[in-house]
Ligand binder design. Structure first.
Ligand code: RTP
Ligand code: MG
Length: 154
């Protein structure tokens, strides 16, 4: 018997795409993800800086944290087999202008603005997913602790 390992990943709908939340959720569900947590939050500049701490030496860090604290963000935990890679694939390239050329069906192509305001975020590894899920949902129980049946679904 093949047992698929269900993964959890953190997705954000960033402030530039917040008005498109319902469209993005429709795409997420159509692609087989289960939304097991959701929360709307407006990040302070400090909290945005903490979330994107890995980029603190980068030239775009100040612009990024200003943007991320400019309005509401929707935080989601998405679950399915291979969720981390699968969600990044669905988002498309980091730069929304590049996404429109290379992956026109992607979420960043459809809803993003440019190279920094790019509609969505997705964790890039199991370690990032664990840290980022805990950042927004400190009580979250990871999939390995579940048989899948107790998970809430939005
Ligand atoms: P994310 O972390 O938001 O899912 O995006 P990513 O992995 O595709 O890209 P990453 O390299 O982690 O960059 C984080 C976010 O910083 C902004 N950015 N701006 N102006 C620029 O050159 C630039 N480069 C990156 C984007 O909002 C990117 O998603
Ligand atoms: Mg990243």
């Amino acid at each position: 018997m093949v047992v698929e390992k269900i993964e959890s990943t953190l997705a954000l709908v960033k402030p530039d795409a917040f008005d498109n939340t319902e469209n993005i959720i429709t795409i997420i569900k159509r692609n087989g993800f289960v939304i097991s947590e959701r929360q709307v939050v407006t990040l302070s500049k400090e909290r945005a800086a903490q979330f994107y701490e890995e980029h603190k030496e980068r030239s775009f860090y100040d612009d990024l944290t200003t943007f991320m604290s400019s309005g509401p963000t929707l935080a989601l935990v998405l679950r399915k087999a291979d969720a981390i890679t699968s969600w990044r694939q669905l988002m498309g390239p980091t730069n929304s202008d590049k996404a429109r050329k290379e992956a026109p069906d992607s979420i960043r192509a459809k809803f993003g603005t440019d190279g920094s305001k790019n509609a969505t975020h997705g964790s890039d590894s199991p370690q990032s997913a664990a840290r980022e899920i805990a950042f927004f949902f400190p009580e979250y129980q990871h999939s390995s602790e579940f048989n899948g049946q107790d998970v809430r679904e939005y």
